[in-house]
Design a protein around this ligand. Sequence first.
Ligand code: SOE
Length: 379
Amino acid sequence: MAKTPINIGMVGYGFMGRAHSNAWRRVPNFFDTGYEPVLKAVAARDAEKARAFADQWGYESVETDWRKLVERDDIDAIDICTPNDTHAEIAIAAAEKGKMILCEKPLARDAKEAAPMVAAVEKAGVANTVWYNYRRIPAVTLIKQVVASGKLGKIFHYRANFLQDWTISPDVPQGGPGTWRLDAAAAGSGVTGDLLAHCIDTAIWINGSIASLTAMTETFVKERQHALTGKTEKVGIDDAAAVICRYANGALGTFESTRYARGHKALYTLEVNGEHGSFAWDLHDMNRVQWFDHSVPGELRGWTDIHVTDGEHPYLGKWWVPGLIIGYEHSFVHQAADFLEGLKSDTPTSPTFREALETTRVCDAILESARTQKWVGIG
Ligand code: SOE
């Protein structure tokens, strides 16, 4: 049967522009959603770079102003891959034009900026989602499914870390392409919005809402040259954050994130401890999950290393044969597939803008708690 085309308008062409473009290209080959994403246009200010990106990834056309892209009648969905400070304006304009919207995480720099985005997509009634891709790594999705089945019983702890080391040198600038994540004006925050946001999104998805928290943050390098102005300017982002929290279900949580953990490049780890079992997972070995089942007879009881590559594991029936692994990029393909499936069944694709707003509110609470040195409730 002929597939329904869905015309994608991509805004931005950086690291995430590549990850999302790859997802749109791969998804119809592996997932039978009934839709055929068409890479219709990419928008970016630098015409030459945008053209080179379009040629590399197979976009049909180029715009140098995202407003023109949003105005185009031949675009069905706007995919936002630009720095955080631009998400709100683009998303709200796209919603007003009736476009579906897929926005790179975090939704915006803070909840004040994100709330009107939620209002805009809900008023327009357009499909929307935020690319919190790690949820859709099969091992992580498996944890979610087993926890939701009740097999772990009462959950006591959910903890997660996301550790990197790429900003230790004071010579890394802030601002500009590639380093806008270090510029508070563009990013909103540092590791909290960039890395902890992933941990919090997954935590809320698996273990429910966070009720209250207390946090500390640190900015280790206080001044950096700004890549755009050339001037040495005060650094406004958090370089590291440590959080303890209480979940609405009574569990306790701890989170840590930093870009100063020498040797760690993208060490996202999470652990869930329940009454009857525990899970532990590590992004560096993303196709495996460690599982402890207390119901196994004592003499055989122990941690089990599950290679999450069987056809019955989430998403894996669509890929290769049992035992063969998949990678980081597949998590984006899975999100694109779920979005298209959602269109087919008219169901929202989680996290929607509204769900991602909750993560942003938790991030705001972390920064507030670090500033005030007080516990903050998330109402
Ligand atoms: C930062 O280095 C970064 O690229 C984040 O922005 C991504 O969201 C994360 O998945 C990997 O690290």
